[in-house]
Design a protein around this ligand. Structure first.
Ligand SMILES: Nc1ncnc2c1ncn2[C@@H]1O[C@H](COP(=O)(O)OP(=O)(O)OP(=O)(O)O)[C@@H](O)[C@H]1O
Ligand SMILES: [Mg+2]
Length: 402
């Protein structure tokens, strides 16, 4: 299966924004799919709404009906019970070709045409739509840049690319005519963790630029949590187990099946969803060299700390000075190294990891310019998790034996 059979009649230049079309809301309304000869439905009475421009991650055990649910949207698989609407229009009432014009489709094996260059692969749909040559060439350049490939790749053949590069081309091809809906079935599944991570980041950056509604199937719960605005967990038999934003899924799994599925380390996973900059940082007493040590010492004592942060004239931390050394003018030679700094865009999970690996109960955080922004403590992190969801802890205590 390839995305050849998806066709799109409008390019980005035909739409409102320079870098992206509109997104569409997708609604599953009591959809049931039974394959011929199967007693159990593959998708059972599935109802959910995917907001326009959202990324919905579809997860669940093998055979739970993820691929089936995805293919019902562009009618690669037909169904009789219930309906799926895209911006209010039932997919079963649409002409299949017209329907697929608005849907990009990316699969794990990319389905690139081996005898065609990368440029020709990407141009598949625009050519079907009879775009003029110049517009197609411009679109190829734009897409290669968008997915992070050098322009010279346009002339190569798929066999001359790495797996990750082929995956990028598959993505570029699906994006070519700027469809409002993207369906992705384990698109990064075959890649090593580093390449996968890079493509995930790139896809998120891309999604922030071009507004699209994305339904993304994955086996990888970490990928689902990282990428999804919402995560849809299916259980065997294609029944919906839970449909929630990642943080809610981790904080309040509805039952033991979902709790098992998201993993026993879901508390740590929640930490990867938040960044240091999301916290209300603790104030850090600081002073420059030569300032009055007694006054500085009083400020440190006032907030109950043992150390002062020595900063330069621009407010960049240079070291830590113990409270007891603060006599007379603040002296740079009394300072000891701070170690690794925290940064505002650092996930809390990484911040905690740094704190565990170096002495001291606090992490010194700097802003984008390297200036002192404040402190993080382990208490602050756990208060953040507890504060945002007290009921999550009740579930921990009552229902999941540890
Ligand atoms: N063409 C078919 N005919 C009959 N049964 C099918 C067909 N395709 C899929 N099934 C069955 O439907 C169920 C759901 O399959 P589906 O491919 O949607 O699962 P999945 O969640 O994508 O699994 P995986 O994670 O392994 O890709 C499975 O029990 C599968 O055996
Ligand atoms: Mg599948």
């Amino acid at each position: 299966m390839t995305s050849l059979d998806t066709a799109h009649d409008e390019g980005p230049s035909a739409r409102s924004g320079a870098s992206g079309g509109t997104a569409a809301e997708i609604v599953f309304d009591s959809v049931t799919k039974r394959y011929a000869g199967q007693e159990q439905p593959a998708v059972d009475n599935l109802s959910l709404t995917i907001g326009a421009g959202e990324i919905c991650m579809l997860v669940g055990p093998s055979g739970a009906g993820k691929t089936t649910a995805l293919k019902l949207i562009n009618r690669l698989i037909d169904f009789e019970e219930g309906d799926i609407t895209i911006d209010g229009r039932g997919v079963r009432g649409e002409n299949v070709t017209a329907l697929r014009r608005g849907i990009g489709y990316v699969i794990q094996q990319t389905g690139l045409f081996p005898h065609m260059t990368i440029a020709a692969n990407i141009a598949t749909v625009p050519r079907l739509l009879r775009w003029d040559k110049q517009r197609i060439r411009a679109r190829i350049d734009e897409l290669l840049e968008l997915v992070g490939l050098e322009p010279e790749y346009a002339k190569r053949y798929p066999a001359q690319l790495s797996g990750g590069q082929r995956q990028r081309v598959g993505l570029a091809r699906a994006l070519a005519a700027d469809p409002p809906v993207m369906l992705m079935d384990e698109p990064f599944g075959a890649l090593d963790p580093i390449t996968r991570g890079r493509l995930q980041e790139e896809f998120l950056r891309l999604h922030a630029r071009v507004s699209k509604t994305v339904v993304f199937v994955t086996h990888d719960i970490d990928e689902a949590i990282k990428m999804g605005d919402r995560v849809c967990v299916l259980r065997q038999g294609g029944r919906l187990a839970q449909y929630d934003p990642p943080d809610v899924l981790l904080a309040r799994p509805v039952d033991e099946f979902v709790a098992d599925f998201v993993g026993a380390d879901r508390g740590l996973k929640r930490l990867s969803l938040r960044r240091v900059g999301d916290l209300h940082l603790l104030p850090a007493p600081s002073a420059r060299a030569g300032e009055d040590g007694t006054a500085a010492r009083a400020r440190v004592a006032e907030v109950g700390y043992e150390t002062l942060i020595l900063v330069d004239d621009d407010g960049r931390p240079q070291g830590m000075i113990g409270r007891d050394s603060l006599n007379g003018p603040v002296n740079a030679s009394d300072a000891r190294s701070i170690g690794v700094f925290g940064r505002l865009d650092m996930p809390l999970r990484d911040a905690l990891s740094v704190m565990l690996s170096q002495a001291g109960s606090h992490l010194v955080v700097v802003d984008d310019d390297g200036r002192l922004a404040g402190l993080v403590s382990a208490d602050l992190i756990s208060a953040e998790l507890a504060g945002t969801d007290a009921s999550a802890r009740a579930f921990d205590a009552d229902e999941v034996p540890t």
